[in-house]
Design a protein around this ligand. Structure first.
Ligand SMILES: Cc1cc2nc3c(=O)[nH]c(=O)nc-3n(C[C@H](O)[C@H](O)[C@H](O)COP(=O)(O)OP(=O)(O)OC[C@H]3O[C@@H](n4cnc5c(N)ncnc54)[C@H](O)[C@@H]3O)c2cc1C
Length: 440
């Protein structure tokens, strides 16, 4: 049974922690203070809870001390890095272990690796890497923590070139459920290394990752730019646009990726189709590749070479399908209109084709990801998904674990063997479910 906010063990925990952590760390308990409120800020207020304390650690040793003491006194906690997920929040029964002060980021030019502390955000790594002519396959949210994004598999615009974010993990420093600090790599605890690359948020606190970076030349341009922007069509042109787009999505050899959105942007808020291509190659080749779309005469097109080092473009998220079927989209546009009427927050979708090394991340075959939303849009979402699903078996559907923990585990970690291995490793490394019991 865990301690409650006003239990003696919670106050013992706080007193002992304050006495032992480093001078740069802080324990916040005054809920009305600006500092507490600021630290509680999240990307979204959905599911926000108010903890009894926020522990802002400043060193790896602070993490070790905090975990040891919390486990000893049975105080629940959740680690938080960038605060974008719905799972780094906890109520009065526990505390947030805030890693945002672990901001160390450094680069080894010779090995082309980047060392990233667990408080480092995507934009910070991208900036560092780019200055040295390097890039990494990181996701498209600049303020997301690199570590959690990578631990969950990680989809990025560069994934087709450099693999999923988790494929870039070379080694990790991990505080385990017993409070030990270990280094995990292909040669040190290789099974745990396998699990961290796709299911890493369930096994311990990763204080630091060493990640493989890639020369900007992988982008196929002399200056590290990619051809990107937006190509906008009125919704009424859906049929022609989809006919032109479908072969590009099916083309496994295309040096690019992109987003396909049904949206109603300002100033007119009229429903339209927005294609955001990301093409790795010179402008002339990109324009030739997209000619079948361009020749349809878009309402607007502003594609040009741009740096994609700040963030990337996700290829897909939510529920994953193995194919993109153009004929369903006119009906999807109708449902989008209905969604807009009933709920102003409408979503996006993207397309995808990738293959990389075997890790706990199980969705390397997924080609199309659809958006995942909350209760109000659930019915429409289900209708869109069943349209997109076509003849695909519902059992085969993927659910991206960086976006959802509501979907069954078998969809988030596909393949019975993979899930069995994860469960076995969870029992070995976190038998009491200190770091989210879900896999047990
Ligand atoms: C706008 C937006 C865009 C996105 N785009 C992409 C994308 O392009 N590609 C993609 O792959 N994902 C994407 N995501 C999903 C995102 O990568 C995940 O939600 C990620 O886990 C968020 O990390 P965070 O640091 O912001 O979140 P947090 O909420 O701080 O952490 C996420 C989870 O990881 C745990 N955790 C935090 N730090 C650690 C640690 N050091 N060790 C172990 N566990 C830890 C937390 O307890 C929580 O369960 C996007 C999300 C949003 C909101």
């Amino acid at each position: 049974m865990a301690a409650s906010a006003d239990s003696p063990s919670f106050s013992t925990f706080l007193t002992q922690l304050v006495a032992s952590i480093s001078p740069g760390a802080k324990v916040l308990t005054e809920q009305s203070s600006t500092e507490f409120k600021d630290s509680l800020q999240r990307w979204s207020d959905i599911g926000l809870q108010i903890p009894t304390a926020i522990v802002l650690v400043a060193t790896e040793n602070d993490v070790v001390l905090t975990v040891k003491l919390a486990v000893e006194l049975n105080i629940p906690f959740v680690p938080k890095s960038g605060g974008h997920s719905l799972w780094s929040t906890i109520g009065p029964e526990g505390f947030i272990l805030d890693l945002s002060r672990l901001k160390n980021v450094s680069l080894d030019k010779e090995r082309k690796t980047v060392t990233v502390g667990s408080g480092v955000l995507i934009k910070e790594v991208n900036e560092t890497a780019f200055q040295h002519g390097l890039c990494l396959p990181l996701g498209n949210g600049n303020t997301i923590g690199v570590v959690p994004q990578a631990l969950g598999g990680g989809i990025s615009a560069l994934s087709g070139l450099c693999g999923y974010t988790s494929d870039s993990i070379v080694s990790a420093r991990v505080v385990t459920s017993s409070g030990s600090m270990i280094t995990v790599s292909s040669s040190s605890h290789p099974d745990l290394f396998w699990a961290l690359r796709g299911a890493g948020q369930f096994f311990g606190i990763v204080t630091e990752l060493i990640m493989q970076a890639y020369p900007l030349s992988v982008l196929g341009t002399p200056d590290g730019t990619v051809w990107t922007g937006s190509i906008v069509f009125p919704a009424q042109r859906a049929e022609a646009v989809l006919q032109a787009l479908a072969p590009m999505i099916a083309d496994e050899s295309a040096p690019g990726t992109g987003l396909f959105l049904i949206a109603a942007p300002p100033p007119t808020f009229t429903t339209c189709i927005i294609i955001i291509p990301v093409f790795f190659g010179p402008v002339s080749v990109a324009e030739a590749y997209y000619q079948s779309l361009i020749s349809l005469g878009p309402l607007m097109m502003d594609c040009k070479p741009a740096f994609c080092s700040k963030g990337g473009f996700k290829r897909f998220a939510g529920a994953g399908m193995q194919k993109f079927e153009p004929s369903v989209w006119p009906k999807v546009i109708e449902l989008f209109e209905e969604l807009r009427r009933k709920c102003p927050d409408a979503g996006v979708t993207g397309y995808n084709k990738l293959s990389h090394s075997e890790t706990a991340f199980s969705h390397k075959d997924v080609k199309v990801w659809a958006p995942e939303s909350h209760a109000e849009v659930y019915r429409i979402e289900q209708e869109v998904l069943s349209l997109m699903r076509q003849d695909q078996n519902e059992e085969d559907e993927a659910a991206f674990q960086n976006w959802t923990r509501d979907e069954p585990l078998r969809r988030r970690y596909r393949g019975a063997e993979r899930l069995e291995k994860l469960k076995r490793l969870k029992k070995e490394w976190d038998p009491n479910g200190i770091f989210t019991a879900q896999l047990l």
